[in-house]
Design a protein around this ligand. Structure first.
Ligand SMILES: Cc1cc2nc3c(=O)[nH]c(=O)nc-3n(C[C@H](O)[C@H](O)[C@H](O)COP(=O)(O)OP(=O)(O)OC[C@H]3O[C@@H](n4cnc5c(N)ncnc54)[C@H](O)[C@@H]3O)c2cc1C
Length: 567
């Protein structure tokens, strides 16, 4: 069998790794206060049993499966139940709740693992000839419902897993352009680049389990986007396999040109297409020499408004940090609660000296906001950047506390995703919604979202939690990233819909977008018309139906499926 590894079928990450709070004394009291969940007495669900899942037989005509095996080899095509389940969902809260409660409306039927672009072309052609549905699969980490087949789909659904195509093919060292196969997971491609002194600089929180093809297909953004850009800027060239024609293959090639005025950008159409325009096989990415020095500095602000104003001022200044991030007071409280137990001088400084300095400045401790700002480059460059930022922070009433918390931030960033499974095991839902808005609208969006979430909690009659940070700064605005949680009742998904919908609606009603970097899938498509206007959706629909008239490529994502395919 193929040796491509996947995440747990029922949760985030790899088996044997999970979130623990025994070494974090502030965590249990925090959870009790935030959502009313007592971790000391909460019942803990058993790990779900795979045998307990009900899976319809695959719609997999033997001749078609044999044809696929003839292309990729017997070992690289399967209708195995576990493989089908792993390839059916991403890792959204909705996905995890459904899979844990045996609610699989429509699983994929066949999973195929091509080795190279030529095999992808043959699989695509075979799938279209069969009138099958083809869904490209990267790491399976999306949280927008971008992978699941349409529930009423009657045709064979093929999941095309890119996991065997994971190499950095070459680096143009003059231009800093690396050709990378689309199935390369973050750590794999970064290790291959690092071996030659390069980095892609794209580090989403899902980095360990997501691929460059998936990043491009969902318009992803990494935590260092202030310097390196979003994936839309990092992807310079792209190769996409589409159905072949009588006289030529179906490979769409966009060369890596720094900038071009060749009509509407086809590259931009592919970025964010979530598999609807074909299979991305290769990306030419802008890469950078690994910086001499990297530092994450922590700062505190007396309140959220001061923190936001400082981030805006930094974006307008000569400073060019790699990360600008500030948490609201609730997320600051969460960060403190997930810190490990402190000892000796460390404890004295954090628990006595620092609060006393803040009080002496007239700050209310419940209002303080923690900020991380990252710097990279030569020692001289970093020193100058820190000076520029330090002056802005001071002007906005904040203060620096050094690199200590920044080191912790770097260590924790890829572990936090395990927290959602920990909460679900104990009956609590936790999820995220993120948006971007102009600087002038950030505070109104923030206030409206918090009010909408709290109204939604009242509606479902539960004590809920919402917290936020600003990250990914641009000249005209920034991303606001909300995390929310509540203890589920009779029907956790119905309750989740109330809260999630209230938040998404507050985004569009107040000048934000429905997603800054998680994509659309089926989770956010109900708001796409409000986001880009009905005419914008008509243009998108026209594109999809013209280039995929048979709706063979991941139908129903980004814009809802055409009526006749929906059951
Ligand atoms: C805990 C957690 C943290 C996250 N943090 C971030 C974050 O910081 N930033 C961020 O941007 N996102 C984040 N995400 C969301 C997710 O990781 C991204 O959407 C990611 O880009 C998906 O990549 P993937 O390889 O897992 O794609 P998949 O989930 O496998 O697929 C996503 C979509 O892309 C399509 N696709 C995948 N590969 C190809 C291909 N080769 N050709 C064509 N279409 C393809 C699929 O068909 C599907 O529609 C997070 C998710 C989780 C669960």
């Amino acid at each position: 069998m193929t040796d491509v590894e996947h995440m747990k079928w029922w949760g985030w990450g790899v088996d044997g790794v999970g979130f623990h709070h025994e070494d974090k004394p502030g965590f249990a009291p925090f959870v009790l206060n935030a959502v009313g969940l007592d971790l000391a007495t909460a019942e803990q669900a058993q790990q779900p049993a795979f045998d307990g899942l009900t899976l319809a037989d695959p719609v997999a005509p033997a001749a078609f499966v044999a044809a696929l095996a003839g292309i990729v080899g017997e070992d690289h095509v399967t209708t195995d139940a576990m493989e089908r389940v792993v390839h059916t969902y991403g890792k959204s809260l909705r996905d995890l709740v459904r899979i844990r409660s045996n609610r699989i409306a429509r699983a994929v039927d066949v999973v195929v693992y091509p080795a190279d672009e030529a095999e992808v072309q043959k699989v695509v052609d075979a799938a279209v000839a069969q009138d099958a549905v083809l869904i490209p699969f990267g790491g399976g980490s999306n949280i927008a419902g971008s992978l699941e087949p349409i529930p009423g789909e009657t045709r064979t659904v093929v999941s095309l897993d890119m996991g065997r195509m994971n190499r950095v093919l070459d680096i143009d060292t003059d231009s800093g352009l690396a050709r990378i196969e689309a199935g390369a997971l973050g750590p794999h491609l970064e290790a291959q680049l690092a071996a030659q002194g390069w980095t892609i600089g794209h580090f989403p929180d899902s980095f360990t389990h997501s691929t460059i093809g998936g990043w491009a297909a969902t318009r992803s953004s990494g935590m260092q986007s202030d310097k390196y850009g979003d994936i839309a800027q990092i992807v310079r060239g792209i190769r996409v396999v589409r159905p072949s024609h009588d006289d030529r293959d179906g490979v769409l090639v966009i060369p890596a040109i720094p900038s071009a005025s060749t009509g509407p950008s086809v590259r931009e159409m592919i970025v964010g297409s979530e598999g609807r325009l074909g299979v991305i096989t290769e990306i030419t990415a802008q890469v950078h020499r690994v910086a001499e020095l990297r530092e994450i500095q922590a700062y505190f602000f007396p309140n959220w408004e001061a923190g936001l104003a400082a981030m805006q001022a930094i974006s307008e200044s000569d400073a060019s940090p790699i990360i600008t991030r500030v948490s609201d007071s609730r997320e600051t409280g969460f960060s403190m609660a997930t810190s490990k137990e402190r000892h000796g001088m460390d404890a004295v400084l954090a628990e006595k000296v620092l609060p006393s300095i803040m009080r002496s400045k007239g700050w209310t401790l419940e209002d303080i906001c923690l900020s991380f700002i990252g710097f990279e480059g030569s020692a001289q460059h970093v020193a100058r950047q820190k000076k520029l930022v330090g002056a802005i922070v001071k002007k906005h009433g904040g203060m620096g506390v050094g690199t200590g918390p920044g080191v912790l931030y770097d260590q924790k960033k890829f572990d936090t995703p395990y927290l959602r499974d920990f909460l679900l095991d104990r009956g609590a839902a936790g999820d995220v919604s993120e948006t971007a808005a102009p600087w002038s609208k950030l505070l109104p969006v923030y206030n409206a979202v918090v009010a909408a979430a709290n109204a939604a909690y009242d509606e479902i009659g539960t004590k809920g939690w919402i917290m936020c940070h600003l990250s990914h700064s641009y000249h005209s605005g920034a991303c606001l990233y909300f995390t929310f949680a509540f203890v589920g009742g009779e029907d956790m998904l119905a309750e989740y819909d109330v809260v999630k919908s209230a938040i998404q609606q507050a985004f569009v009603d107040n000048g934000g977008t429905i997603s800054h970097h998680h994509g659309v899938g089926v989770e956010h498509s109900p708001w796409i018309e409000q986001d880009i206007s009905p005419e914008g959706v008509a243009v998108m629909r026209g594109l999809f139906s013209a280039v995929d008239p048979g709706e063979n490529f991941n139908p129903g994502k980004v814009v809802p499926a055409s009526r006749e395919r929906v059951s």
